[in-house]
Design a protein around this ligand. Structure first.
Ligand code: ARG
Length: 464
């Protein structure tokens, strides 16, 4: 419960009994929202500057409050601030301490505002900075994707559909697929800034205020773009929280997909990549083990992020307008998703810096599973004028033959091939080649080495 200097709850004149000790403890959010102390102090300083400019409080009181707030900030930064659970949240903790430091004049700080607009203001300021942090981190991540891709333009590997060999690709092309995903995540985070740039301060409890406040002044000083338009919506709105949690979730989907793929590729069955000792852990009983724990950590984190998104959606579903205690959990969810994603991106960066493709094995596996069948069908269309469906059927027969004889497509004798398609000649062997297959995928966005080189140039230009 919130208390003033005399250690009484702010509402004790009205509410005669102390809140039960159970609820005081469990209903308190200070352990979570103390993370907003800087934003809360910044918001309060700008608020009192505005109150002074509007002649609502005196110059002396404004300065006294700002002095007190700066002192509190220092105490918190130096670890000398005593956060009190019974004072419920960061707003009450700071206001109470202000009372202790400057006395009754501290009471002017809450003129024309409510904790309801205060908490949304603090959270939006915090989320703006954190969103920009995540955008920067994603940029660093994508630089590494470019670096690894550049080294692997000519690295041939099997591309999979249904986890079965499908068509050969360049490993760089695969890595750049993730580059695109994280580029989209960056755009999504940047789009979120639009609503984060609307200033809630001044909506007060939910109806606005009868003081002649200047919301455009606080908007400018707090580096928002506009004041919000409707005070009821301002207090009720947590769409910006949903946007953030969704964006984090989508980004963590991408992270968990590469994590899962790398786990599979690192397995003893696939052996397509090797993780160096910095990104594996051992077993407590099996001495030989090198386990991909960091990758599994990434895959797991995504589950917790989705949980946070679903918690917030469920909290808001059917909630009548303006403020309810239900909303207090928004911060826990946002902070947790932020921490999860930040850790995940950093771990993914470590992984990308500490793995290597097993090029020999990639090539070996690419030679399995008649991976050039589509190239053969395309060749029959292009060189022998067959309709694609006919070419597909002829190729399927050739694959059946190769399978029965336990040969690769390029090992089949011409005599046998001619029995299936009489027009075939030795030229066909040119398409039955992994590198030629990749080279031929020249359509825009395809895996040809030339395309990848051009794409890399474009990405580098864009990221300057
Ligand atoms: N600790 C509260 C929260 O985070 C602050 C807003 C409280 N407002 C109220 N009317 N109880 O949601």
């Amino acid at each position: 419960m919130s208390k003033n200097k005399n250690n009484k709850a702010i509402w004790s004149t009205r509410i005669k009994k102390n809140t039960t000790s159970t609820f005081k403890k469990v209903g308190s959010s200070i352990s979570i929202d103390k993370r907003l102390f800087k934003e809360d102090i910044q918001g309060s300083i700008v608020h009192v500057e505005m109150l002074f400019k509007q002649k609502i409080i005196s110059f002396k009181i404004k300065n006294k409050i700002i002095w007190g707030l700066n002192k509190i900030q220092n105490e918190i930064l130096k670890g000398k601030f005593d956060f009190k659970v019974e004072l419920e949240d960061i707003h009450m903790n700071i206001e109470n301490r202000l009372h202790e430091i400057i006395g009754e004049d501290a009471g002017f700080v809450h003129t024309g505002r409510s904790r309801n607009d205060q908490v949304v203001t603090d959270l939006k300021i915090w989320m703006k900075t954190s969103t920009l942090d995540l955008i920067k981190l994603l940029e660093s991540l994508n630089k590494i994707f470019l670096k690894v891709a550049e080294k692997n333009i000519e690295t041939v590997m099997p591309g999979f559909t249904h986890l079965k060999n499908a068509q050969p690709i360049s490993f760089a092309h695969y890595l750049l697929a993730y580059f695109e995903m994280f580029k989209r995540d960056k755009v999504r985070f940047a789009n979120n800034l639009k609503s984060l740039n609307e200033n809630p301060l001044g909506a007060a409890a939910f109806a606005g205020t009868n003081f002649n406040i200047d919301r455009f002044f606080t908007t400018k000083k707090l580096k928002f773009n506009y004041p919000t338009n409707n005070s009821i919506d301002t207090i009720s709105d947590r769409d910006f929280v949903l946007d953030f949690l969704y964006t984090v979730s989508t980004c963590s989907v991408h992270i968990s997909r590469i994590a899962e793929e790398f786990i599979i590729w690192n397995s003893d069955a696939f052996k397509l990549i090797k993780l160096n000792d910095k990104i594996v852990t051992g077993s407590s009983i099996m001495p030989q083990k090198k386990n991909p724990d960091p990758l599994e950590f990434l895959r797991g984190n995504s589950g917790s992020s989705f949980g946070n998104l679903f918690s917030m959606l469920t909290i808001l579903k059917g909630l009548p307008l303006s403020y309810f205690k239900d909303m207090q959990d928004d911060k826990k969810l946002v902070f947790n998703s932020y921490d999860l994603l930040k850790n995940s991106i950093q771990v993914l960066i470590d992984i990308l810096n500490n793995f290597s493709p097993n090029k020999k094995r990639m090539l070996e596996l690419a030679n399995e599973g008649f991976i050039l069948s589509t190239d053969l069908a395309d060749y029959l269309v292009q060189k022998h004028n067959l309709p694609f469906r006919k070419a597909y059927m002829v190729t399927a027969k050739i694959v059946n033959l190769a399978e029965t004889k336990n040969l690769k497509l390029y090992e089949l004798p011409m005599k046998e091939l001619k029995k299936i398609e009489p027009n075939l000649d030795d030229n066909v062997f040119k398409v039955l080649n992994l590198r030629n297959s990749i080279k031929s995928k020249k359509s825009y966005g395809g895996t040809s080495f030339e395309n990848i080189k051009k794409m890399l140039k474009k990405y580098k230009r864009e990221s300057k």
